[in-house]
Design a binder for this molecule. Structure first.
Ligand SMILES: [Zn+2]
Length: 256
């Protein structure tokens, strides 16, 4: 299945290819996927990336923000034929189980991105000036491979943060120290960059009809208080989700 790069979180900015190929996993592939799924979060991420790259090598040249979305997308099209997804969440305030069917087009939104952001930035961190680049999977892997080998940092977000900063090859130790040792507004800066260059998928807002609660909107008014669900946390059990989202109807099986 081809997905247009213009429809990815980056908007396809700067890509030399108009589409990437991502297909639903077959029964055999799901079984193999689950059999070999690593438990270590870093290994698991690499495993998910390789699962995409095996189908389309161009995914190595996609931005990490897009690859992260494609990891979810492949799971979504594996469990659902029509890109709708039925989710169940428990309201943390009243305990009500809320059921909602979401669709890719209507409920999953990316934060607006503009070209200026995609051209990168110059930052000052711990008194050092650095170029920040929007990492492609190929850029990211150069840094990621080192951490996979030595397991010095186990937090994927932290490795992604380090990988945003150019010249890691020349200045790796200094960059690592400046990121890991960041304090005060340097932390705020790094969190803002993470949000800009990685976290591009908006959480899905779900309303609890039982609580019916409102909160201040920051402008003197009130807005409905919603529960925010992270998209990447959605699909955890392929077969259970498949059965929920791709039910069989009476025409599929006729008992003799
Ligand atoms: Zn509630």
């Amino acid at each position: 299945m081809d997905i247009s790069t213009a429809s990815l979180p980056s908007g396809g900015y700067g890509y030399k290819f108009p589409t990437v190929s991502v297909s639903p996993m077959t029964f055999l592939q799901i079984t193999q996927y689950l059999e070999n799924l690593p438990s270590d979060p870093l290994d698991k991420y690499l495993y998910d990336v390789n699962n995409l790259v095996r189908e389309d090598e161009n995914i190595m040249d996609c931005y990490v923000m897009d690859v992260d979305f494609l990891i979810f997308y492949k799971k979504l099209i594996t469990v659902s034929a029509d890109m709708s997804y039925s989710l169940k969440i428990t309201c943390p305030d009243c305990g009500k189980v809320i059921q909602k069917t979401i669709t890719l087009n209507n409920d999953i939104h990316f934060k607006q991105i503009d070209r200026e952001i995609m051209n990168g930035a110059v930052i000052e961190l711990n008194g050092h000036k650095y170029d920040v680049v929007v990492p492609t999977m190929r850029n990211f892997k150069k840094v990621f491979d080192l951490y996979l080998r030595y397991k010095k940092i186990s937090d994927l977000k932290m490795i992604k943060t380090i990988a945003m900063i150019g010249d890691f090859n020349l200045n790796g130790n200094q960059i690592e120290n400046d990121v890991l040792g960041a304090t005060h507004n340097d932390i705020t800066l790094l969190l803002a960059l993470r949000e800009l260059y990685y976290d591009r998928v908006e959480p899905i807002e779900i309303y609890c009809p039982n609580c019916n609660s409102f909160e201040d909107d920051g402008n003197g008014g009130k807005r409905r208080k919603n529960l925010a669900v992270r998209v990447d946390s959605l699909i955890v059990d392929f077969f259970r989700e498949l059965c929920n989202n791709s039910p069989i109807d009476g025409s599929k099986i006729l008992f003799k």
